[in-house]
Design a protein around this ligand. Structure first.
Ligand code: ATP
Ligand code: MG
Length: 568
């Protein structure tokens, strides 16, 4: 057998043992034959060789395996893309749009919708439109338009030149005019409570019988702002007896006199979502209008408006709304937390906003894989954060530099320890990430939890540095002596040298909600010391605090470095 084949076997045996804890000859054989098909010619000697190699690598420690693997190049695993399939899709002709309302910061639910819209268009060689559904002046702001564009770009979604529903107001009003003129819409002046009750009972109100002339006049007044909200609305005639209550003459325009962030005071009446959405989708040439499942009952109304207005018909495609356990994914639930200062802002690391996730060290690639893993499916599920954090770990593990963080520190004095400079790798496998140098002498901090575990007379090890034997313990710390190198201490502890340690707080996001209520204890602070170099990183840079977890740098107020806990 050639050396080449030996080396291919070793390469796959190492990886198999590393990934699964134990190398299995059957799995290795598959990989080897994939790379060197000619080896199949002599299966008997191939299997013998593989078994021998598997037995050898199975005696290696994980560190040995990692070190040996450095000698080989492994193909990056290409994750099979979950393909999106749209009904009635013609290659090159698909048009989708992502239509957020600029009334808050985007969250991970928007990431799901935006990625599905974008990927569907991309897979069918079609077009993706970024559209702001900004037809409710009371809640919308330029600040939110900017935030949505910023965070979609961060996600990796090319938004192109966005369009704005409010720029289409002349057309939308034109369609309403047409409905009034043809007698298909009327101005209803019933008190809101009365209108609600009649709709519930499936009964028509007297306004429905008004002649076109009267409706035209009232509609003019509504557009002019002289009929206040609550005093009147424009309703489309549909079917007051329909089983589907969405079809019982819904309102399509109402008075809103607040100035619009983009259009100013030009319009005093604004369309409702159910009227605006089908018109815009059609005018924009959208072929596949994707939206979340809770709109399903309104599909009938969407198509009714399209056919009433004689518009080109988009196809509605529904998918499930993303919800995560104990984390409300909706602007409606999040906005009050910010307004009432219950959290630090839209970028609070506890929030499912993209700003919050970024601050928490979650990478855009992890969000993309996570949200696309659900595909265009109506199946409801309520995942926790784990799947997202797992995706994220795969991305940050190879690049996160390693440091030591000492939570709940206890002073350790090692008598007789030499004054020296300790050099440790920034990453156990990637030497390209360099080393960190720490001046050390006799005084150290170690985690309180570890300090409790070591008894007087026992030996432990400061990772990457030296062993020590405990002489005495007291409230002010541990006194130890340098030595005990003849043993392999079971406890290997991370540490910070007292001289150069920096104060460090790690903020740990916990569940934002307990059921329906905000959890005021949702952000835990863990205080301690970190090695000096960890205090000056770039914002959101992920590090691995050994024996503690991955954390994202969040800032430094001069005296204390701040990190956000990402995951184990
Ligand atoms: P919110 O309650 O956060 O305001 P919304 O649906 O009113 O939600 P929009 O800005 O209107 O927010 O949403 C834009 C698009 O994003 C819509 O197509 C909507 O269906 C989708 N979307 C919003 N939240 C989610 C979610 N949690 N999961 C999947 N898609 C979502
Ligand atoms: Mg909304």
């Amino acid at each position: 057998m050639s050396n080449d084949l030996d080396s291919i076997i070793l390469k796959h045996a190492l990886k198999n043992a590393f990934d699964y804890g134990k190398a299995s000859p059957g799995n290795i054989a598959g990989k080897v034959i994939g790379e060197a098909p000619e080896a199949k010619a002599d299966m008997k000697s191939l299997m013998k060789k593989i078994s021998e190699t598997a037995a050898t690598v199975n005696s290696y420690s994980k560190e040995d395996l990692a070190r040996e693997m450095d000698n080989f190049k492994y193909e990056a695993k290409v994750e099979k893309e979950k393909t999106i399939s749209l009904p009635e899709a013609v290659d090159g002709k698909v048009v989708t749009r992502f239509p957020p309302e600029p009334n808050g910061f985007p969250h991970i639910g928007h990431a799901k919708a935006a990625w599905l819209d974008y990927e569907a268009a991309r897979i069918y060689n079609g077009k993706f439109i970024m559209r702001f559904d900004d037809t409710n002046p009371e809640k919308e702001k330029q600040e939110y338009v900017d935030a949505i564009l910023y965070w979609l770009k961060w996600l990796g979604i090319p938004t192109g030149e966005p369009i704005f529903a409010s720029d289409f107001m002349p057309q939308i009003i034109g369609y309403a005019d047409k409905l009034v003129e043809s007698g298909d819409a009327y101005v209803c002046q019933c008190a809101p409570e009365t209108a609600k009750q009649l709709r519930f009972d499936g009964k028509e109100c007297p306004c429905r019988q008004n002649p076109v002339g009267k409706n035209t006049e009232l509609w003019s007044q509504l557009k002019g702002g002289s009929l206040a909200r609550g005093a009147a609305s424009l309703r489309i005639k549909a079917d007051m007896q329909s089983q589907n209550t969405a079809m019982r003459d819904p309102s399509i325009f109402r008075s809103v006199t607040a100035p619009h962030y983009r259009q100013g005071g030009k319009y005093k009446a604004w369309p409702l979502y159910d009227f605006q959405a089908p018109i815009l989708d059609s005018l924009n040439g959208v072929t596949h209008a994707m939206r979340t499942k809770e709109y399903e009952l309104r599909d009938e109304l969407y198509y009714y408006i399209i056919s009433k207005l004689g518009l080109q018909r988009p196809l509605l495609v529904e998918f499930s709304r993303l919800s995560i356990k104990n984390a409300p994914i909706s602007k409606r639930a999040l906005a009050p937390l910010i307004a009432e200062n219950k959290v630090m802002g839209w970028d609070d690391p506890r929030l499912p906003t993209l700003a919050g996730l970024c601050r928490r060290g979650i990478k855009p690639g992890a969000i993309k894989s996570f949200v696309l893993s659900f595909g265009i499916s109506k199946v409801e599920s309520e995942p926790g954060w784990d799947a997202l954090l797992n995706e994220n770990r795969k991305i940050i593990e190879p690049v996160a530099r390693h440091f030591y963080f000492v939570p709940k520190p206890v002073l350790l004095v090692i008598k007789g320890a030499p004054k020296t400079r300790v050099s440790m790798p920034m990453h156990p496998r990637d030497k390209g990430l360099g080393t960190r140098e720490i001046d050390a002498h006799e005084e150290f901090y170690i985690p309180g939890e570890d300090a409790e575990k070591i008894a007087i007379g026992e030996t432990a090890r400061l990772k990457g540095h030296c062993n020590f034997r405990v002489l005495s313990k007291s409230d002010s710390g541990i006194i130890a002596e340098y030595g005990g190198f003849d043993t392999l201490p079971p406890l290997k502890i991370q540490w910070a040298a007292k001289e150069s340690a920096v104060k460090c707080d790690v903020l740990k996001p916990l569940d934002l909600f307990n059921g329906d209520a905000f959890n005021p204890a949702s952000l835990e602070t863990i205080s301690g010391f970190a090695e000096g170099q960890a205090a000056g990183l770039a914002k959101t840079e992920p590090v691995q605090f050994e024996r503690f977890g991955y954390c994202a740098f969040d800032g430094n107020d001069g005296a204390t470095a701040r990190f956000i806990f990402i995951s184990q």
